[in-house]
Write a protein that binds this ligand. Structure first.
Ligand code: R5P
Length: 292
């Protein structure tokens, strides 16, 4: 492959993706001036080469400016097709105007990406009110399922699991993991009353007896969704659950909250760099890129 691969904040995953695709690592100097503005210098010959940019956008407002400036620089230096690989795609949860006057920020964020990149590859974006990324992004955009990585982790780490999704939004992903693992599953009902106020209703789950609950969500942010589900499950006498998420975004205090409710174990995919990363997605991304 003749493409150059650059990264911002995702060094380990980028290295593995480059190795899988046989892409050359692009030389990039990136630092901030004392006033916080970004300095970018590309040391690789770009003319007529495709570029891949792997970025951790979990805390997007810290990294978006550098991401857009890097794409603009690569274009200016002659790169042809520039693909953004954002393993975690932010802003997808504001997918409607829930209150009068709110911004539908998923759309505005997409416009910024559309303006600078030619294609987008991501893992398990929050597609709820949007059925596909094409409803939001104008560039070719591919949403990859994390189910194979999650299923492989469960197969090697959990005995007699029972998969549980905390809300209706998690149903398709849970069903996909259940299909790959052959494990039984249930989907709970959640009502969100605020950023840190969540109610989860857990029905009597007779099928849970003698099994280990495996709570799976696409994102852990404040941790309240899965902490509340854990609390309700434990109140029913369930075993301490294993908690699995594709994207561990983790607001301050999230992990402490989950531990305080008595989870048995926590693992995340490496879509967002974090010590809990234990499910590798480079294989999924490598295959996804090949079929973009
Ligand atoms: C919500 O729609 C998502 O699927 C997650 O359930 C949610 O983002 C988790 O957020 P938190 O950890 O703050 O409860």
């Amino acid at each position: 492959m003749n493409a150059l691969l650059f990264e911002l904040g995702h060094a380990a995953l980028a290295g593995r993706i480059a190795a899988r695709l046989g892409a050359e690592r692009g030389a990039l100097e990136h630092r901030e001036f004392p006033d916080g503005e970004h300095y970018l210098r590309v040391g690789s010959e770009c003319a007529n080469r495709d570029a891949l940019v792997v970025v951790d956008l979990a805390h997007p407002d810290r990294r978006l400016t550098a991401t857009l400036l890097l794409a603009a620089t690569l274009r200016d230096l002659g790169c042809r097709r520039i693909t953004l690989i954002a393993p975690y795609l932010p802003y997808m949860r504001q997918d409607a105007r829930f209150q009068p006057g709110e911004g539908v920020t998923s759309r505005y964020f997409a416009k910024l990406i559309d303006a600078h990149f030619d294609a987008l590859l991501t893992v398990e974006p929050h597609l709820h009110r949007y059925a596909t990324l094409a409803e939001v992004y104008a560039i070719p955009a591919r949403a990859l399922s994390a189910a194979p990585a999650l299923a492989a982790w469960i197969a090697t780490h959990v005995e007699d699991g029972f998969l549980i999704g905390p809300d209706a939004e998690s149903a398709p992903a849970i069903a996909a993991v259940a299909k790959l693992t052959g494990l039984p599953y249930a989907v709970l009902e959640k009502v969100r009353r605020g950023d840190r106020e969540v109610e989860v209703a857990v029905p009597e789950l007779a099928a849970l007896v003698g099994r280990t609950p495996v709570l799976i969500d696409d994102v852990i942010s404040t941790g309240h969704t899965l902490a509340e589900a854990t609390r309700k499950l434990r109140a029913q006498g369930a075993r301490p659950p294993v908690v699995l998420a594709t994207h561990g975004v983790f607001a301050p205090g999230a992990i402490e909250l989950l531990l305080a409710e008595g989870i048995a174990r926590l693992a995340t995919c490496d879509t967002v760099p974090h010590p809990s990363n234990d499910c590798a997605v480079d294989g999924i991304i490598g295959e996804g890129f090949a079929s973009l």
